[in-house]
Design a protein around this ligand. Structure first.
Ligand code: GAR
Length: 221
């Protein structure tokens, strides 16, 4: 069970009712999605506690969608440019996601800010993974910004999404050292290695054990 001052979700929605239903949102290569798919393939949905019921994207033609299709998982695409306003896009994304009745939503490299309607429906049960140690270096260029700042360590953060940019309650973090010879791509690849295993661990624990959000603290039961 989960509790927070915002919407109060229940995850898994029915602890005796099988794995948590998860919708994953992607914008790019989808290696974090693949790590979740691999965990399900290796451990089984029941043991891992997660079933990916759909994968959504904000653009066509990305490897993340191909990974979902290869795993025979339904996909949907909602592109901002197809809507009159950002709010209309957000409503369409919300409807498309809601159609799969998820217990949890995982934003895994989804490079759009989720809007008011989405958060009204899925706040408190939408998890994001970010390639920096929040609250340092939020936003779309977390790896580049840490490197430019001269940070000696950075890492990744899995957190619940709220209405700020990468400001929601932190679930788990892991540290990655910055090397003198790092460029953005080399550092991001080392972060993603760590990030994928952290995301798999966190999503499984949330799904299997349930959680509470108490202010900024996330307690996994
Ligand atoms: C991941 O490193 C994720 O943290 C980052 O995009 C990458 C997606 O990789 N997300 C952000 O920067 C969001 N601000 P993937 O498509 O291979 O999973």
């Amino acid at each position: 069970m989960a509790s927070s001052s915002a919407p109060v979700p229940s995850v898994p929605s029915d602890p005796s009712g099988g794995p948590a239903r998860v919708v994953v949102l992607v914008s790019g290569s989808g290696t974090n999605l693949q790590a979740l798919l691999d965990a399900i393939a290796e451990q089984g949905s029941e043991a891992y506690g997660v079933e990916i019921v759909a994968v959504g994207a904000d653009r066509d033609g990305i490897t993340g969608l191909q990974r979902a299709e290869s795993a025979r998982i339904p996909t949907f695409v909602r592109r901002v440019k197809d809507y009159d306003s950002r709010a209309d896009w957000d409503a369409a994304l919300t409807d498309a996601t809601a159609a799969y009745e998820p217990d949890l939503v995982v934003s895994a490299g989804f490079m759009k800010i989720l809007g008011k309607e989405f958060l009204a429906r899925f706040g408190g049960r939408t998890v994001n993974t970010h390639p920096a140690l929040l609250p340092s270096f939020p936003g779309a260029h977390g790896v580049r910004d840490a490197l430019a700042y001269g940070a000696k360590v950075t890492g990744c953060t899995v957190h619940f999404v709220d209405d700020g940019v990468d400001t929601g309650p932190i679930i788990a973090q892991r540290v990655v050292e910055v090397r003198d010879e790092d460029d953005e791509s080399a550092l991001h690849e080392r972060i993603k290695d760590v990030e994928r295993s952290l995301l798999v661990e966190v999503v499984g624990r949330l799904a299997r054990h349930g959680y509470r959000i108490e202010g900024r603290k996330v307690r996994i039961s």
